[in-house]
Ligand binder design. Structure first.
Ligand code: NJP
Length: 233
């Protein structure tokens, strides 16, 4: 296994995470899958063309992050790519938020990314690895009902850039998808009104492109939006 590159994907149980995992596997990476829905990631692991590990992960729980890290390193011993994909969104007017909902948004979308990334930092530095932050096209803009979510993605953008500045040997990429047809925010793929949303596979192809670039190149940011997404959206 020593020469096989290894990738970890958080939030791999559905939506974008499952297609990121498949692309990594197709590109020859052994893949570690983390999410709270263990059954879903076990099924995914069994269907991938490369060696895969499914292990429970709640990115908001430091003990869970440490157990995930230990399991990944016990099985594979290295990490070449980390896809920080796990994320949540709660959408309503600011005055309607409960404090716990804001805390939960930042615990998963910001603190969770920090926890997983720093847990694997020695291994990522050793391989001069790729750290892919699944941010959002809203990491530089706001919209009504999107306050805490957009704030968390602005914060993730800052975290990504700081990580790159502190660790020049890493390749940190902020991937900023527009509206994508997943289970995000309690929605259902293919539901009415989502006809123009990007397909998750289309977003995942940008990760394949990044993986195939030679190490001399650092793809720092990708914004990918549906060609049907209204410009004012
Ligand atoms: O959403 P969904 P997406 N610990 O709901 C996991 C960003 N994005 O694929 O734990 C660990 O289908 C959850 O797994 P589980 C978005 O902000 C999306 O669209 O089993 N994992 C599931 O696998 C997010 O960062 C759109 O419940 C946790 C996954 O996250 C990323 O894309 C637009 C977790 C969510 O799958 C993937 O979201 C955009 C935790 N505590 C950015 N909590 C879009 N879809 O339109 C959740 O700009 N997960």
């Amino acid at each position: 296994m020593e020469n096989v590159k290894v990738a970890a994907v958080t939030g791999a149980s559905r939506g974008l995470g499952t297609v990121f995992a498949r692309v990594l596997s197709e590109e020859g990476y052994a893949v570690a899958l983390g999410a709270r829905d263990l059954g879903a990631i076990e099924s995914l692991a069994a269907s991938l063309p490369s060696p895969a590990l499914a292990h429970p992960l709640d990115v908001g729980d430091p003990g869970s992050v440490a157990a995930f890290r230990d399991a990944v390193l016990a099985r594979f011993g290295r990490l070449d790519a980390l896809i920080n994909n796990a994320g949540i969104g709660i959408f309503k007017r600011l005055e309607d938020f409960a404090p716990e909902e804001i805390e939960q948004t930042f615990r998963v979308n910001v603190q969770g990314v920090w926890a997983v990334t720093t847990a694997f930092l020695p291994q990522l530095k050793a391989t001069r690895g790729l750290v892919c932050m699944i941010s959002s096209d809203v990491s530089t803009r706001t919209f009504p009902t999107g306050g805490p979510y957009t704030a968390s993605k602005f914060a993730l953008r800052a975290l990504s850039r700081t990580l790159q500045q502190e660790n020049p040997e890493l390749r940190v990429m902020e991937l900023r998808p527009g509206a994508t047809d997943t289970f995000f925010a309690g929605s259902t793929p293919g539901a009415p009104g989502k006809e123009w949303f990007l397909r998750p596979q289309t977003v995942a192809e940008t990760v394949r492109f990044a993986l195939r670039l030679p190490p001399e190149a650092r793809l720092e940011e990708i914004v990918v939006r549906s060609s049907s997404q209204p410009p004012e959206y």
